[in-house]
Write a protein that binds this ligand. Structure first.
Ligand SMILES: NC(=O)N[C@@H](CC(=O)O)C(=O)O
Ligand SMILES: [Zn+2]
Ligand SMILES: [Zn+2]
Length: 480
């Protein structure tokens, strides 16, 4: 990035070309101690801010927001006209497959995908091999995450070996740095173990993050049980499989006073259960995934239509990439979840980034793994709701950054002067094609493959360091 606007910025090319088309590269930027991000639409819900302004970063911290900031001599300038400048996105639910499945993702490739998607902090789930169920394994992830482009926070397992039968050493793992606990991928099988985990949560204040699924009811199912599963003749997973365990866990949270964080909520009835529990004073928070807001079970049948939109794109039928747990549900569920997000019943957006190799996604749905990637798709998917006026841009940044950071006590989520400069600059309109070559994640399992999306991060900064920059966009901006 050299040009009239940006004198003196040095880019050290640890570049990693990601393929044809847009050349997206990861840079380690020889640091200029001061950077002025000029003229963008600065959106920071933590300060009720939405205005065109400059953002000044000095020595890793936000130094100020305004129009006539006194920038020190030699300050590098990034031209952010027509771009949005916001606190970096925060994702409390990703699967990095590390240790155990480097062919799907690693801490490093996952962190690069996060930076590319505009995320500055991510929390990784413990369903690794071996699972993160001891203080040593939690500490190992923290040690190996040092120096990665984004902040990585491990989530420890609730139960030993994720078997759901014996409580793991939650205290030890918390001391080692686990930010929360989950048996994600499965529900914690033994209700007494779940009770003990939530009782521990009541004492420690740490979240218990629940994957709600009745094992026996869901067994064998590959998609939402309903009209489309019947049409395709595929075994279904009824909404009740989710709601039954959700209700159990809500009742256990009520009983213990512990903090239940409901992972990937997908049903309208589930939303009502969470809402009722909240009104009754149960300590519960909930997240919803962009794919459950915008995609439906129709996608499994290759009828790719975004919720609330008319156009139908044809995809493979059945599409193994649309197999995810919990499953893509109906349009009515998706609309209800959006209402829940808007009224605060659902607190945050997370991605459930769940990379799988091509081998794990055969065309035969009964053999395909559950999961889809999300880190690079969350922003463009959610921006559809903004484009349609169903969510404002400040509301979007609130649920993707400010709230998750505040809720889980993570850095970021704010551009308040003095805070660490975790920033995303994105182009809400940039058009790009979802292809293996345009994705930084090691896996490309998403039903959006081949589709055109709008909205993309242009620059991601963590702790004042530029960890991702879209060179094409920047070159275009800075001139020849
Ligand atoms: N969401 C998924 O479909 N899969 C996740 C597990 C999970 O989040 O339950 C995975 O680890 O692959
Ligand atoms: Zn899960
Ligand atoms: Zn998950």
């Amino acid at each position: 990035m050299r040009g009239p606007e940006n004198p003196g910025i040095v880019i050290e090319c640890g570049a990693r070309p990601l393929g044809s088309g847009r050349t997206q590269r990861l840079f380690s930027w020889a640091q200029s101690p001061a950077l002025l991000i000029r003229g963008g639409r600065v959106v920071d819900p933590s300060q009720g801010l939405d205005q065109t302004a400059d953002l000044l970063v000095i020595d890793g911290r936000v130094a100020g927001i305004g129009t006539e900031l006194a920038a020190p001599h030699g300050t590098a300038v990034f031209d952010a006209r027509d771009l949005v400048v916001a606190p970096g996105l925060v994702d409390v639910h990703v699967h990095l497959r590390d240790p155990g499945f480097p062919e799907k993702e690693t801490l490093e490739t996952g962190a690069v995908a996060a930076a590319t998607g505009g995320f500055t902090a991510i929390c990784c789930m413990p369903n690794t091999e071996p699972p993160l169920d001891t203080p040593e394994r939690v500490a190992d992830v923290i040690t190996r995450s040092r120096g990665l482009p984004v902040r990585v926070y491990p989530i420890g397992a609730i139960s030993r070996g994720r078997q759901g039968l014996e409580l793991a050493d939650l205290g030890g793992m918390a001391e080692a740095g686990a930010i929360g606990f989950s048996d994600d991928g499965d529900s914690t099988r033994d209700s007494r173990v779940m009770r003990a985990a939530l009782a521990w949560s009541a004492r420690s204040g740490r979240p218990i993050m629940a994957h709600c699924e009745d094992r026996a009811l869901a067994a064998g199912g590959v998609m939402h049980e309903g009209a489309v599963s019947r049409e395709l003749g595929l075994p279904g997973i009824p909404a009740a499989a989710e709601e039954i365990i959700l209700l159990r866990d809500l009742e256990l949270a009520r009983l213990t006073g512990g903090w239940l964080h409901v992972l990937h909520l997908t049903t309208a009835r589930g939303r009502r259960l969470v809402r009722a529990a909240k009104l009754e004073g149960v300590r519960v928070t909930a997240e919803v995934m962009p794919h459950h807001l915008l995609l439906t079970d129709e996608w499994v049948a290759g009828r790719r239509r975004f919720v609330g939109e008319d156009r139908v794109f044809t995809g493979p039928c059945p599409d193994p990439h649309a197999k995810v747990n919990p499953p893509l549900r109906t349009e009515a569920d998706a609309r209800d979840l959006l209402a829940g997000l808007r009224d605060g019943t659902i607190d945050i957006i997370a991605t459930d980034h769940a990379p799988h190799s091509e081998r794990d996604k055969p065309d035969d749905l009964t053999r395909a793994a559950f999961g889809m990637i999300g880190l690079e798709l969350a922003l463009p998917l959610m921006l559809r709701l903004v484009a349609r006026g169903e969510l404002s841009l400040p509301e979007l940044i609130d649920v993707l950054s400010t709230r998750p950071a505040a809720l889980f006590g993570l850095p970021g989520g704010t551009l308040r002067p003095g805070s660490p400069a975790d920033v995303v600059v994105f182009d809400p309109e940039a058009t790009w094609q979802v292809e293996r070559a345009t994705l930084a994640s090691r896996s490309c399992n998403t039903p959006l493959l081949g589709m055109e999306l709008h909205g993309q991060a242009v620059l991601t900064m963590v702790d004042g360091k530029v960890v991702y920059v879209d060179t094409d966009a920047v070159a275009w901006r800075a001139g020849p």
